[in-house]
Design a protein around this ligand. Structure first.
Ligand code: ZN
Length: 352
């Protein structure tokens, strides 16, 4: 995928293409915006565009034409559009796509703690210290960069301040406020935003080919304007899983908690959406205002013993816990505590 294929992020994409066209590439960038919005895709596409051999080829050809005074009409197309995006076809683009480009490095959180360690950063710094093998740039992409642990973040500061020549560092984060201010201030920030409902519906229908208005609207709403999420195949499954754990907690069944940290985070996200609907229904009694329009019965069922005040209080408490998930909360303890909160605030009435 090239930068031009990234849908609905016109502003960040045009900034990135402008950097390439003007040959003014910041040494450190920070891509921010919600999960599932296309930040990582944009980072990889930008890396491809930076090293694309067609761009290099056209520049060389243009230079050659100038040297040998080829007639005007035979000048190749050196327009900004082609010069500032990936061709998607050359060996360099293909290697980046398959994760095999020797000058493109992508790292992210690892292991049980889900952190980016100082060892990973040291390896990356060493890789960046050599000249590019075959591209013009060495590019390091650090996904979920807010998961850099303290030691890793400190180790990385000097490199961010003055990256080795011909290297570009792209940090990706949906929670940039968790990054050290000294890291944030060393990067040029590029913000990605969610898409409006109508645009989402249109794009989902276009991309899926077979979806009706109702389904497209449901996915647009549930994904919160994040196309990557909407088009992933497990959005509805994830929600159903969340609802079922929610019911399980209300019935105080202390079975297996979440599979892993990711599942725990997803549960908190979906719970916020569920509580939002419960609050809206409790305040208005109107089904058509729900986001989970297809699960109105469930929403009525789990909220029937709770008042609006209880629902809002619960939402606030879960939101506060969610903000602390980055600090590796124990799964079982969190599960037990949240179950208690649910039962205290909603009564023991939930059924799946
Ligand atoms: Zn290419």
């Amino acid at each position: 995928m090239a930068l031009k294929d990234i849908i609905g992020q016109d502003r960040p994409v045009s900034i990135l293409k402008g950097c390439i066209a003007k040959e003014r590439i910041p040494h450190a960038l920070l891509f921010t915006g919600d999960e599932g919005i296309g930040k990582r895709l944009a980072a990889v596409s930008f890396a491809k565009a930076l090293n694309c051999q067609r761009i290099a080829g056209e520049e060389l050809q243009a230079m050659g034409n100038l040297l040998f005074e080829v007639p005007e009409t035979e000048h190749p197309d050196t327009g900004l559009e082609t010069q500032s995006d990936a061709c998607d076809k050359c060996p360099s683009c293909k290697k980046t796509d398959s994760g095999n480009h020797p000058d493109v490095f992508i790292i992210g959180p690892e292991g049980d703690g889900g952190q980016i360690t100082v060892q990973a950063i040291r390896q990356l710094e060493e890789a960046l210290s050599y000249k590019p093998f075959e591209g013009r740039w060495k590019i390091a992409i650090i996904d979920d960069s807010d998961r850099l642990n303290q030691a890793a973040a400190n180790a990385f500061l000097d490199t961010l301040e003055a990256p080795p020549p011909q290297s570009i560092i792209i940090l990706i984060s949906s929670r940039p406020d968790l990054l050290l201010p000294t890291i944030r201030s060393r990067c040029q920030r590029i913000s990605f935003s969610t898409l409006p409902l109508d645009t989402m519906c249109r794009l989902i229908k276009e991309k899926s080919g077979s979806m009706d208005d109702g389904q497209a609207r449901l996915l647009s709403v549930l994904s919160g304007g994040r196309l990557g999420y909407a088009l992933g195949d497990n959005l509805i499954n994830q929600r159903e899983q969340c609802f079922s754990i929610f019911s399980q907690m209300l019935e105080s069944l202390e079975e297996e908690p979440w599979e892993d940290k990711e599942a725990m985070e997803a549960w908190f996200e979906w719970s916020q959406l569920l509580l939002r609907d419960m609050a809206v229904y409790s305040a208005t009694g109107q089904e058509d205002l729900l986001m989970n329009t297809d699960r109105a019965e469930y929403i009525k069922d789990v909220s029937r013993n709770a008042g609006l005040k209880d629902i809002l209080k619960l939402a606030r408490e879960l939101y506060n816990i969610k903000r602390r998930l980055a600090f590796n909360l124990n799964k079982q303890l969190t599960y037990n505590f949240v179950s208690l909160l649910l039962r205290n605030n909603l009564g023991q009435s939930g059924r799946g």
